[in-house]
Design a protein around this ligand. Structure first.
Ligand code: EPU
Length: 423
């Protein structure tokens, strides 16, 4: 296994190219299963999660070809409807093949995804969504076994204990594209990745209205066709580099980043003192004055994203004063706190609230990442810490950050990857 080694203390300056959004690519690749025809998806980042999704598509019988950042999927005549445990267990998001398989094959068997380090992650809303379309669902042998012989349009309120759900909205919307009648999803997730998926489905011939709002209306059609689509830029990757500018007192141009997708993050960083401006083809994040402590609460889009919580915590950890970070999406997504404290941070967890007392400096240390965004947060902490930080178990990072060391190096960071002899 590899680790990332960082010598902190250098201001990052320059331009970084933001890759395509992982969380848009995954459901869009799954959606290619809704037709027999060829689809071409571009701006796909080279990430472990993408190769997992491609394995799932191939396993189902689709022909898959990769050319640089472009993926061609041709599922002509595929008959398989099973997403096996071996593949689903490596990536929770594999559940987004459930909707397309059910709609196209009228049956699906998808391994029931387990929990993960960020929480228990139930799937009741996914099941509620497709049940509302008339699917008969059983849980057998650790699989969701769905029968879609009698699918029809339906109305469903997709709200749970923690609000709306991104992938449950995606699954229900995808399943509804090919059923007779009209489906209305109330309390739909409004994330830009849901909108990007809907835009792709419309290119395939689906009839969808209301994407980006909490009510999505889908009028089923008989058939969808192949389509071409370029995936939106990754707002979480962009936010991570923005925080890198703030934490290292740097000045970074984020090529392709879109302000309209990251208003909550930019608003908080701006309020904290970071200068964020629109520039041609992207955004510029420039350290201009001392960063102030800030309280944040993670919420569904357009609120502050849970996927930026850990990175924001790294920044607050070295910002004088007290900040309170409240996690409302995954109340247990705090495993990074103990690792940050190993680097000299002063963070106390009180229920879903992290109380961060900003310290003058962090001290480099070996740390272990527990999930994707926590790993990114530890890299950010390493970039500002005194001395050497070894971020171990970086397979999490490889799931979601394309060319991380190369991108940070090009901005002036002293960072490299090496074999972890202790792993
Ligand atoms: N939830 C339920 N029941 C369900 C589904 C979700 O109660 O059936 C709850 C979850 O436990 C959570 C909340 O609803 O409290 C929101 O979860 P959501 O379903 O929206 O999460 P997801 O769709 O499984 C996507 C991203 C995550 C991101 C969340 C929240 C993908 C592939 N994943 O997951 O991304 O944190 O939305 O924005 O799109 C990441 O990229 O690091 C990551 C974890």
């Amino acid at each position: 296994m590899d680790k990332i080694v960082i010598e902190g203390g250098r201001p990052l300056k320059g331009t970084v190219e933001i890759s395509g959004a992982k969380n848009a690519c995954l459901p869009i690749l799954a959606a290619t299963l809704l037709t027999d025809e060829k689809s071409v998806i571009s701006n796909i980042p080279s990430l472990k999660d993408m190769s997992t999704m491609l394995k799932i598509l191939k396993n189902l019988g689709a022909r898959v070809e990769q050319k640089g950042d472009e993926i061609i999927v041709e599922p002509k005549g595929y008959k398989n409807y099973i997403a096996p445990y071996e593949l689903v267990s490596t990536m929770r998001a594999s559940i987004c093949v459930l909707g397309p398989l059910l709609a196209k094959q009228r049956r699906a068997e998808v391994s029931y995804p387990g929990g993960c380090t960020i929480g228990s992650r139930p799937i009741d809303l996914h099941l509620k969504g497709i049940r509302a379309l008339g699917a008969d669902i059983k849980i057998e042998r650790g699989y969701i076994v769905a029968d879609g012989k009698r699918l029809h349009g339906g109305s469903v309120y997709l709200g749970g204990h923690f609000g709306s759900s991104v992938l449950a909205t995606d699954n229900t919307m995808m399943a509804a594209t090919l059923v007779k009648g009209v489906t209305v999803i109330e309390n739909a997730a409004c994330e830009p990745e849901v909108v990007d998926l809907a835009d792709f489905l419309v290119k395939m011939g689906a009839r969808i209205k209301g994407q980006g709002t909490s009510r999505i209306i889908i009028e089923g059609v008989k058939k969808l066709h192949g389509a071409e689509h370029s995936v939106i830029p990754d707002r979480i990757e962009a936010g991570t580099y923005m925080i890198a500018a703030a934490i290292t007192k740097g000045d970074i141009i984020l090529k392709h980043a879109r302000l309209e997708h990251m208003v909550a993050v930019v608003d908080k960083l701006f309020e904290a003192g970071l200068e964020v401006t629109k520039v041609h083809g992207g955004l510029r994040a420039k350290y201009a004055r001392r960063i102030k402590p800030m309280d944040i609460t993670t919420l569904q889009y357009p609120g502050f994203p849970t996927d930026m919580q850990a990175q924001f915590m790294s920044l607050m950890a070295v910002t004088g004063g007290i900040s309170v970070i409240t996690e409302k999406i995954y109340p247990e997504r705090f495993i990074h706190i103990s690792e940050m404290n190993r680097m000299g941070a002063d963070i106390l967890l009180e229920g879903p609230n992290a109380i961060v007392k900003g310290v003058k400096h962090l001290s480099g240390a070996p740390v272990m990442a527990s999930d994707l965004r926590a790993s990114a947060a530890l890299v950010l902490a390493g970039l500002v810490a005194k001395g050497r930080t070894d971020v171990r178990r970086i397979y999490h990072l490889d799931r979601g950050y394309e060319k991380l060391e190369a991108k940070f190096s090009s901005l002036g960071a002293k960072i490299h990857r090496e074999k972890d002899k202790q792993a």
